[in-house]
Design a protein around this ligand. Structure first.
Ligand code: TMP
Length: 237
């Protein structure tokens, strides 16, 4: 597979064309940002860990019958994926109150929900990724009703798959963000990444944060947390 010109550079990844029209290569960087790019830094080794972790989880999800963009891991930092056009929704699933939920609704971090919350943000950096509901998304013609139903169904099923996977690693899945894309024939598939950048992961015994909140909140031990998550996933197999 030939890596051709870069089509997109995001905050944490670069995306390249290939000699196959339907396939892209993603290349994971060590760059980290928070607060819509206001805070910038580097998490050494993050690109390798996120590439491998995301692929591991995508394979699990695919095995459970949810289509994903994953095709093949090419190197430590590079993965071959299906080309999609991203649906501009950040789909967030929450099992426990934390982060912006706690802030918006005045709920203490750590409150366990009876039912998971599914939340959408409009993926638009210029607007600061505002929260929106299904009817906003329909009005803005971001996705059809049928696509939104599929996305919510997939998001809740991915939550169940991931909750039990992380539990086996003695990690509690607090919340996570996922993104979906449309393939050239219009099929909705899981895209982007699933990693400690995009999930809140708490050690089930100690409650210690093992995710990007260590970077966002200047808690220290950022690289160590990512390495610990990787170690637990590798020893889980
Ligand atoms: P929040 O509580 O800040 O809204 O974050 C919810 C989840 O989404 C959390 O697991 C972190 C993840 N997330 C991203 O992946 N990208 C983002 O830009 C933000 C704000 C959150």
């Amino acid at each position: 597979m030939k890596k051709l010109e870069m089509v997109y550079e995001g905050k944490a990844k670069k995306v390249f064309k290939t000699d196959d029209q339907e396939l892209f290569i993603v290349d994971y960087k060590d760059d980290a940002t928070a607060f819509n790019g206001l805070k910038k830094g580097t998490i050494t080794g993050k690109g390798v860990i996120n590439n491998k972790l995301s692929n591991h989880i995508m394979k699990l999800i695919e095995k459970e019958g949810i289509p994903t963009h994953f095709v093949e891991e090419l190197s430590d930092r590079e993965t071959l994926v299906k080309k999609v056009s991203i649906v501009p929704l950040e789909v967030i699933v929450r099992n426990i109150a934390a982060g912006s939920f706690s802030k918006h609704y005045g709920v203490e971090e750590g409150k366990v929900f009876k039912e998971p919350v599914v939340e959408f943000s409009y993926k638009n950096d210029a607007l600061g990724d505002p929260l929106l509901n299904t009817r906003h998304a329909l009005a803005l013609e971001i996705a059809s009703r049928e696509e939104i139903d599929t996305i919510i169904d997939y998001a809740l099923r991915i939550n169940e798959i991931m909750k039990s996977f992380w539990k086996e690693c003695n990690i509690t899945l607090v919340d996570f963000k996922i993104e979906f894309g449309r393939t050239s024939d219009g099929t909705i598939i899981l895209a982007d990444e699933i990693s400690p950048d995009t999930c809140r992961l708490w050690d089930s015994t100690t409650g210690e944060k093992l995710d990007k909140d260590r970077f966002r909140r200047d808690l220290g031990g950022v690289e160590e947390a990512y390495a610990e998550v990787m170690k637990r996933v590798l020893s889980h197999d």
